[in-house]
Design a protein around this ligand. Structure first.
Ligand code: AR6
Length: 231
């Protein structure tokens, strides 16, 4: 499954300059490349130690439910490495479910540099946040707050002070944020997933009945948040 460059298998369908869209889209002559696109990391599966098999089932289930409700908008699951286990699990399960690979695909790259380094334009990115919505802490949260700068911190505080697991908050990004000017990101959606890491707050102690429910709620909140921007 090793692709050339940072594009994964399906992302190879990304249109080149001047190329016609392969499939007609709701956008008419607007190419798929300009379609509203949400890039999201796999919520809870690294620092929060959520089971990858269970998480991949939930991602594919929720993508299947939302992808056709979003018009020409696209969903992209991102991770840092070509060796990402969650990306390969999700690719396999998404193709078994015949999910349209123009509307949902996986992509290898830093979510804060998708346009500048990966050539993929995503107007919305999701963050796997902590409940205090604070910068740092490692993982994708540290990367997004660092790339978003002070403007993202201020804009986040205007929307919410904290977030319970299973919830998401949409933050419109000021044009002064480097993520806006450099990457073309207009919104960040913070999502807090279930935590299975005993070293972190609100650990569910391997209760996957509760954990799966909370992760499902997290993706529902995320995709509903994205759909509120697209509309
Ligand atoms: N670009 C794309 N994907 C990334 C990046 C990046 N720059 N960095 C990490 N990932 P994690 P969680 C992937 O640990 O498990 C934080 O400290 C990573 O490989 O960021 O929900 C928060 O403050 C994995 O697939 O989030 C919370 O306290 C996915 O992003 C806690 O960690 C999520 O990994 C949240 O833990």
């Amino acid at each position: 499954l090793e692709g050339t460059g940072s594009l994964s298998e399906n992302a190879g369908r990304e249109l080149k300059e001047g190329e016609e869209p392969v499939v007609g889209s709701a956008g008419g002559d607007v190419s798929l490349k300009d379609a509203p696109t949400l890039a999201f990391p796999s919520i809870s599966t690294a620092d929060f130690q959520f089971d990858l098999e269970k998480a991949s089932d939930i991602i594919v289930e929720k993508v299947a439910k939302f992808v056709n409700k979003l018009g020409n908008a696209r969903l992209v699951l991102v991770d840092l490495s070509h060796k990402s286990k969650i990306l390969s699990l999700v690719r396999t399960k998404a193709s078994e479910k015949n999910i349209d690979s123009n509307k949902f695909f996986t992509f290898v790259g830093d979510i804060t540099r998708l346009h500048s380094e990966g050539g993929l334009h995503c107007n919305v990115i999701a963050n796997a946040a902590n409940w205090r919505l604070k910068p740092g802490g490692g993982g994708v949260n540290a990367a997004i707050f660092s790339a978003g700068g002070q403007a993202l911190e201020v804009a986040t505080k205007e929307q919410a002070k904290s977030l319970l697991p299973g919830n998401a908050v949409v933050v419109p990004l000021p044009s002064t944020s480097p993520l806006f000017c450099r990457e073309g990101v207009t919104h960040v959606i913070h999502v807090v997933g279930p935590n299975m890491n005993p070293q972190r707050p609100n650990c569910l102690n391997n209760d996957y009945i509760k954990g799966c429910k909370v992760l499902q709620e997290a993706y529902t909140s995320l995709f509903e948040g994205f759909s509120s921007i697209v509309r």
